[in-house]
Design a protein around this ligand. Structure first.
Ligand code: G6P
Length: 607
C-alpha cells in the first residue's frame, strides 16, 4: 500500500526520493509523485503507473530542491489518475499520506461551506485544504499542521512540506507506520527502514498518535496530547543486497529459490546451540496451563495459522482457533485469560491484524507476534515477538515468509507439546532430525522446476482451477489456489478433498484442472478416492505426491509431480514449493505482472 518518503538533505532531493520510492514499490501502488521546496518555492511532479513514468517525467520536466516528499499511491478514494495522485497540494502546503481519513466527508463539507474548492476525489485532499485554511488564519506551518492532525480521524502516516520552508517537515503517525531517519546534517522520513536504508541506518519509530517537527539538525516528537516525547533511536540492519533480483527475472522466483537458505536460518534460530534441541528463545509461556490458542492473521499468513492449527491440536493437544483479522474483532469473541493469542504477519503492519492484537492485549495471558519485520508495530506491541528470518520479501505474493512462518510455528508447537507432556523424547528427536534435513529436501524439490513449468503450458489456458487437500494439506490447497489467482488471475479455489462432493464437483469437466496435494499419509487413500471421483467425470488431475503415493495412485492422472519423502508434519512446508512454482510459471506464461499483481498490495495498512 501507499509508501511515504521525506528528505531534508544536502543534495538534490528528486533522484533520492525516486530511489527511495523504488524501495517502497514492493508494497503495491498505481501512481507516484514527489514535491520539493527550492529556494522557498514548492513544486511537484506526479505520474500514473510505474515509477519509470515519474522518472521519465522528471527527465523532461525536472524539479530542483534539497527538501522534498514522495509517495507511491495505492488507490482507496478515487481512481488512480494524476489528479488523485500524491503529493496533494493546497497553495502553500503539500502532503503525502498513507491510510484513510475516516471523517474526510465531514471535513470536506465544512471546508466547502467556507469556500474551499476541492480538485480531487481523495480523502487526503482534506488534509492539505484544512492545513491551508489554518495557514490562512495566520498559524505558522508547525501549528497549522498540529491543528490539522488534531482534527483527523482514521488511520494515517503523514508528511507535510511547506512553501517558504526549506528546512521543515512535519510527520505524523496514527495507525500506519512511520520512521524518522537520522543522517549527518540530513533528516529523513519513511514508511519503513528499507526506504531509508541507503541514506541511514539510524531510525526513530514514531509511536501511535505521535507527530514530529523535523529539521536538518533537530527532531522534536510530541505525543497525541502534545507533550514532548522521548522515542529511542535504533540502529537498524537492513541487508540491501536482499532487495535486488539477484539475477532472477522476478523477485518472486528469487524468493522461492531462497527458501532452503532462509529456512535453514530460521531452523538455526529455533535450535538450542548447546543441546541441539528445538527451543524458542524468550518464550515466557507456561503452556501446561494454557487453555486455548487463538491465531489471527490475513492472507497467506492466515493460511500459515490454519496449518499450525492442525499441529497445535494434534501434536500439542491445545484447542486452537484461527480467524481472519478483518472479521475477528467485529465478532467480539470472548477471550479466556488463560489463553494465548498469536498474530502472524510478514510485514507486522497489517491494519486488521494490528487491531486484532490490540483487541486481545488486555484479555489473554500472553500475546505472541510471529513477524518478519522485527521493528514492526505488531512486533513491538506484542508481549513476545518471534522472528521468522525470511529476509526482505519484495514479491507481493508471499512465498518464503509463509514457509519461514511455519518453521517458527513448528518450534512453538514442539515447545508447547513438550511442556504439556504430549511429545515423547523419541518423537521429538525424530522431528528435530527431520527439521534439520528440511532445507536439503526443499532444495531437491526445487529441482522439479522444469516439470512444473511444462505442466503450466496447459494450466495457463484454464479459466478455473481447483486445489484439493486433506488434513494440514487442506490449508495448503487454499494457499495454492490463493497464489494462482493472485498472480495469474486464473479463478482458483481450494477445497478440503472431502467437501468436493458437496458442491465443487459440479464444476468438474475436461477443462477443469484439479491439483491434488497429497503426500502418502494416513489420509492418502481417502484423498485418492476423491481424486477418482474427479477423473470419473473427465476431470484433469495434477497429482503432487511422494514416490510411494505416485506408485499407488498415478494411474489415470493427467500429470504427477513427485516430491521427496518428508515427515508428515513437515509436508505442508515442502508442498508449498510446488504450489508456489505452479502459480509462478503459470503467471509467467500468461505474462502478468508477477511481482506486483494488479490491485494487490504487499503491506495492507488500511482496513
Ligand atoms: C497482503 C499480501 C499477502 C499477505 C497479506 C498479509 O494481502 O499481498 O501476501 O499474505 O497481505 O500480510 P502480512 O504482512 O500481515 O503477512
Amino acid at each position: 500500500m501507499c509508501g511515504i518518503v521525506g528528505i531534508l538533505g544536502n543534495h538534490e532531493a528528486a533522484p533520492i526520493l525516486v530511489d527511495a520510492l523504488k524501495r517502497l514499490e514492493y508494497r503495491g501502488y498505481d501512481s507516484a509523485g514527489i514535491a520539493t521546496v527550492d529556494a522557498g518555492k514548492l513544486g511537484r511532479r506526479r505520474a500514473v503507473g510505474k515509477l519509470v513514468n515519474l522518472s521519465d517525467l522528471l527527465v523532461h520536466n525536472p524539479i530542483a530542491g534539497k527538501a522534498g516528499i514522495g509517495h507511491t499511491r495505492w488507490a482507496t478514494h478515487g481512481v488512480p489518475n494524476i489528479v488523485n495522485s500524491h503529493p496533494h497540494r493546497a497553495k502553500d502546503v503539500a502532503v503525502v499520506h498513507n491510510g484513510i481519513i475516516e471523517n474526510f466527508k465531514e471535513l470536506r463539507d465544512e471546508l466547502s461551506q467556507n469556500g474551499v474548492v476541492f480538485e480531487t476525489d481523495t480523502d487526503t485532499e482534506t488534509v492539505v485544504q484544512l492545513c491551508m485554511s489554518y495557514l490562512k488564519d495566520g498559524l505558522s506551518p508547525k501549528y497549522a499542521a498540529a491543528a490539522t492532525i488534531d482534527r483527523l480521524e482514521g488511520a494515517y502516516a503523514l508528511c507535510f512540506l511547506f512553501e517558504g520552508e526549506d528546512d521543515l517537515l512535519i510527520a505524523a503517525r496514527k495507525g500506519s507506520p512511520l520512521a524518522i531517519g537520522h543522517g549527518d546534517g540530513e533528516m529523513f522520513v519513511g514508511s519503513d527502514a528499507l526506504a531509508l536504508a541507503p541514506m541511514t541506518d539510524k531510525v526513530t519509530y514514531l509511536d501511535e498518535g505521535d507527530w514530529a517537527i523535523v529539521t536538518r539538525t533537530s527532531l522534536e516528537i510530541r505525543d497525541a496530547s502534545g507533550t514532548l516525547a522521548n522515542r529511542e533511536m535504533r540502529t537498524i540492519k537492513v541487508d540491501l543486497g536482499t532487495s535486488d533480483k539477484g539475477g532472477y527475472k522476478h523477485y518472486m522466483m528469487k524468493e522461492i529459490a531462497e527458501q532452503p537458505t532462509v529456512l535453514a536460518e530460521a531452523i538455526t534460530h529455533y535450535t538450542d546451540p548447546k543441546t541441539g534441541g528445538i527451543s524458542v528463545p524468550g518464550l515466557d509461556i507456561d503452556f501446561a496451563n494454557v487453555d486455548k490458542i487463538t491465531m489471527v492473521a490475513c492472507g497467506t499468513a492466515y493460511l500459515a495459522c490454519s496449518v499450525a492449527k492442525y499441529w497445535f491440536e494434534q501434536v500439542a493437544r491445545i484447542p486452537c482457533e484461527v480467524d481472519v483479522a478483518s472479521e475477528f474483532r467485529y465478532r467480539e469473541p470472548p477471550m479466556s485469560d488463560k489463553s494465548v493469542a498469536m498474530f502472524v504477519s510478514q510485514s507486522g503492519e497489517t491494519a486488521d491484524t494490528l487491531a486484532a492484537l490490540r483487541y486481545c492485549s488486555d484479555k489473554v495471558s500472553k500475546t505472541v507476534a510471529v513477524v518478519n519485520v522485527a521493528e514492526s508495530s505488531i512486533s513491538r506491541e506484542s508481549d513476545i515477538s518471534l522472528p521468522i528470518h525470511a529476509g526482505v520479501e519484495i514479491g507481493v505474493a508471499s512465498t518464503k515468509a509463509f514457509t519461514c512462518q511455519l518453521i517458527a510455528l513448528v518450534a512453538l508447537v514442539i515447545s508447547a507439546a513438550r511442556a504439556r507432556g504430549e511429545l515423547d523424547a523419541k518423537s521429538e528427536q525424530v522431528l528435530r532430525t527431520e527439521l534439520t534435513s528440511l532445507p536439503g529436501i526443499i532444495n531437491q524439490s526445487l529441482a522439479q522446476q522444469s516439470e512444473i513449468d511444462e505442466v503450466t503450458i496447459e494450466l495457463s489456458k484454464a479459466s478455473d482451477a481447483l486445489f484439493l487437500g486433506r488434513g494440514a494439506m487442506y490449508p495448503l490447497a487454499l494457499e495454492g489456489a490463493l497464489k494462482l489467482k493472485e498472480i495469474s488471475y486464473i479463478h482458483a479455489e481450494g477445497y478440503a478433498s472431502g467437501e468436493l462432493k458437496h458442491g465443487p464437483i459440479a464444476l468438474v469437466d475436461e477443462h477443469m484442472p484439479v491439483i491434488v496435494l497429497a503426500p502418502k499419509d494416513d489420509l492418502f487413500d481417502k484423498t485418492v478416492s476423491n481424486m477418482q471421483e474427479v477423473m470419473a467425470r473427465g476431470g484433469k488431475v495434477l497429482l503432487v505426491t511422494d514416490p510411494k503415493g505416485a506408485e499407488t495412485a498415478r494411474d489415470g492422472v493427467w500429470k504427477t509431480i513427485i516430491m521427496p519423502p518428508v515427515h508428515n508434519m513437515l509436508a505442508p512446508i515442502l508442498y508449498a514449493i510446488p504450489a508456489q512454482l505452479i502459480a509462478y510459471y503459470t503467471a509467467v506464461r500468461k505474462g502478468t505482472d508477477v511481482d506486483q499483481p494488479r490491485n494487490l498490495a504487499k503491506s495492507v495498512t488500511v482496513e
